[in-house]
Ligand binder design. Structure first.
Ligand code: SF4
Length: 722
């Protein structure tokens, strides 16, 4: 049976019919593996089983522990009915959807009257399907005139979005997963791919084992991880020196005469300034700052110079930085200057965290964006979207909206009348959590639409709306290699749960926009959205639910009339870039370092990350017995020198203190972390057994261009817990 037939069967199944198997994209990380989902054998058993889908071109049947156990999580701890309380000191009480919409309509109108559109904000999620993103943005930016729609992608890869757009003229990763099979140097910077994008890493590892000499792996990370273990070279740089390292590689590539002069002249601009900057970053200066051996830096540059295909992979270690966008430019500079882009095995490849962060970018799911990789600040873009959406000229406000940290500060000042959080748990994932908690508690109406009950964010909410999750609603996701997968409905939503897009559409109709939100299905939403991408870099206008159901996942660009399977594996193969001149931009930017460097009082740098088995704030993975057993608690990795200096022993508890507060964690003394740096996972929120709110300690300062907070580094000190 083809995937299309499976989906079609499920789509037409009546409520009484026995559930059938389905194929979908994994709802965890941005690798976007294909899953085959099998229904329980007994009707009374709620547990589906998942395994890798051999037909999915991105993963070819491979799957990691998270994807393999997702079926165990779907029925746990679900929110099944709207809940309401007037104030945070009251208990929640169940209400009908009718009453919930009445509250929303009333409070939105009141806020518009008293504070204007700026008083409304939504904070969404890369867990949204593209249809959810699209309708939420249409409602807030189009119908209500507020661009304050942001998403947790802001915490994950907004520096990559800004970096691609500045250097190449548009967002959009130019590479594909097949490039892992063609590169002869894979440069992994700021990414623990083995734990965070495991199926991709296993693909790389398999090739490395087979073709030892033909593939060189270089890893840049202050910690030794499962990613660096098989590497040919591990550069354990000081946190905050990534851009210094990149400029140092440029310096040596100049010295080695390894640049592609013809490519630079024909396809780039800005080289003269970049060359002057690179000249300043001598190996000794770079290695002193990064804390690495000069021989290692020279080895890396030599390998880059010799390689026929260099593939750079990065994720939050680069993006979550106060100079994240400049660091992305630093990576892209090296690729452009050596013509390592637009061909097999070469290119700057950002790996997204959330499963549909890419779809969110396509649908305009950040405060500065509009659908189709358009920008709020561009009058032509606004006019195109207003026409398509059926709103009057000027309906979309001309200035970018509030990014998520700006939303927090607006709540602190009492400037938001409604903060709507959807499918995410900012009371664990945001930096400076005490400020976030206090700010949200200062907002007159906090709405949380969520599949799961009892998340930390529910503590600051007044209205909880039960959302159907992936598996209970149809829609599409786009993974990191621009591949779009239809995820069909294969289970009934519990209780009164509804798809997010349907909640936003219903609210739009009740606010008086019947025509603009008269969708009968997610397929209709998707068709309206893809038409808006025609002619854009992310042209999806040839895609529909029907085509994806019949022909399986497709890569974009996929213009109207495209043949299934004809989507481009790589962008910019003609070396023409979507800038005014058709040339990519080389950007010369001086490294600035950490926003909060260590000091006498806080002498260590805390960096946070993820464990292999857990997903973000553990809303789902906490219920998977084998994962809970594998990772029972957060461990504070401390180098032996630092442990001795602070009187800590392995297995004991330590207080970790930053300018924002103190938390307690169990110490793991390890020489796998660079001295001067300590590590904690970010998963354990306040409601978890063994709570360990690492992000409470982190600061909110971020990249001025991407507005992505520097979640990877904060100055801390340690002491033994008394
Ligand atoms: S690698 Fe990512 S997408 Fe693939 S199965 Fe694991 S969590 Fe899911």
């Amino acid at each position: 049976m083809t995937p299309s037939l499976v989906c079609a069967l499920i789509a037409s199944a009546s409520a009484d019919a026995a559930p059938e198997a389905a194929r979908a994209q994994c709802p965890y990380c941005g690798v976007g593996c294909g899953l085959e989902l099998k229904p329980p054998s007994e009707p009374s058993d709620p547990q589906w089983t998942a395994r890798g889908d051999r037909h999915h071109p991105s993963s070819l049947g491979q799957v990691c522990v998270k994807g393999a156990t997702v079926g165990e999580t779907l029925h746990h701890n679900r929110l099944t009915t709207p809940l309401w309380r007037e104030s945070l000191d009251q208990p929640f009480a169940p209400i009908s959807w009718e009453r919930a919409f009445a509250v929303l309509v009333d409070r939105i109108r009141t806020t518009l009257a008293s504070q204007g559109p700026q008083g409304l904000a939504i904070y969404g999620s890369g867990q949204f399907l593209t249809e959810d993103y699209y309708v939420a943005n249409k409602l807030l930016k189009g119908a209500l005139g507020s661009n304050n729609f942001d998403a947790n992608s802001r915490l994950c890869m907004s520096s990559a979005v800004a970096g691609y757009a500045r250097s190449l003229g548009s967002d959009g990763p130019p590479c594909c997963y097949d490039d892992l099979d063609h590169a002869d140097l894979v440069f992994l910077i700021g990414t623990n791919t083995a734990d965070c994008h495991p199926v991709l890493f296993q693909r790389l590892l398999k090739r490395k084992r087979k073709q030892k000499e033909a593939l060189r792996l270089v890893v840049v990370d202050p910690r030794a991880t499962a990613t660096s273990d098989p590497a040919d070279l591990h550069l354990a740089i000081r946190p905050g020196t990534d851009l210094v390292l990149l400029q140092g590689i440029g310096h040596l590539l100049l010295e080695l005469q390894a640049l592609d002069e013809r490519f630079i002249a024909e396809h780039t601009e800005g080289f003269a300034e970049l060359r002057e900057l690179w000249k300043q970053w001598t190996p000794q200066r770079v290695c002193d700052l990064c804390g690495i051996a000069e021989a290692d830096l020279r080895q890396l540059a030599q390998w880059w110079a010799e390689a026929s295909g260099v593939l750079s992979l990065w994720s939050m270690g680069v993006n979550q930085s106060s100079e994240g966008t400049a660091t992305v430019a630093g990576i892209i500079n090296l690729h452009l200057a050596t013509a390592q882009i637009g061909r097999a095995g070469a290119g700057p490849f950002s790996l997204t965290g959330q499963p549909n962060a890419m779809g969110g970018r396509e649908a305009g799911g950040l405060a500065q964006l509009l659908p189709g990789y358009r920008f709020v600040a561009n009058p032509e873009h606004r006019a195109e979207v207003e026409r398509h959406w059926g709103f009057a000229p000027g309906a979309i406000a001309p200035a970018p909206g509030l990014a998520v940290w700006d939303q927090i500060e607006a709540m602190e000042r009492g400037e938001l009348g409604l903060w709507w959080v959807a499918a995410t748990n900012p009371l664990v994932s945001m930096p400076a959590l005490d400020r976030v908690r206090a700010a949200a508690s200062n907002c007159p109406l906090v709405v949380l639409s969520e599949a799961y009950a009892g998340t930390e964010t529910a503590e600051v909410a007044h209205l909880l709306l039960p959302a159907a999750q992936w598996s209970e609603k149809s829609g599409v996701m786009t993974n990191s290699e621009r591949r779009v997968t239809l995820c069909p409905t294969f289970r009934e939503p519990p209780g009164l749960a509804r798809p997010d897009w349907a909640i936003f559409a219903e609210l739009g109709r009740r606010l008086g926009f019947e025509q603009q939100f008269s969708y009968g299905s997610a397929a209709e939403v998707y068709t309206e959205f893809t038409a808006l991408t025609a002619g854009r870099v992310c042209d999806l206008s040839g895609l529909s639910h029907g085509l994806l159901a019949e022909h399986g996942p497709q890569q974009w660009p996929f213009p109207s009339g495209s043949e299934p399977g004809s989507g481009a594996a790589r962008l910019y193969t003609d070396h023409r870039f979507p800038t005014a001149t058709g040339k990519a931009r080389l950007l010369a930017e001086q490294p600035m370092g950490l926003a909060e460097p260590p000091c006498e009082q806080y002498p260590l740098v805390l960096t946070v990350g993820r464990y292999l088995g857990h997903w973000h704030t553990m809303t789902r993975t906490a219920h998977v017995a084998r994962v809970a057993k594998q990772h029972p608690e957060a461990l504070l990795e401390v180098h032996p020198t630092d442990a001795a200096r602070h009187g800590l022993t392995d297995g004991a508890k330590a207080d970790v203190r930053s300018r924002r507060g103190v938390i307690t964690a169990r110490v793991q003394v390890s020489d796998r972390i660079r001295a001067g740096t300590v590590f904690l996972p970010m998963h354990w929120g306040a409601s978890q057994v063994n709570a360990c709110e690492a992000n409470r300690l982190m600061h909110e300062l971020g990249c001025p261009l991407s507005k992505q907070p520097e979640l990877k580094a904060a100055a801390v000190t340690l002491s033994a817990t008394s």
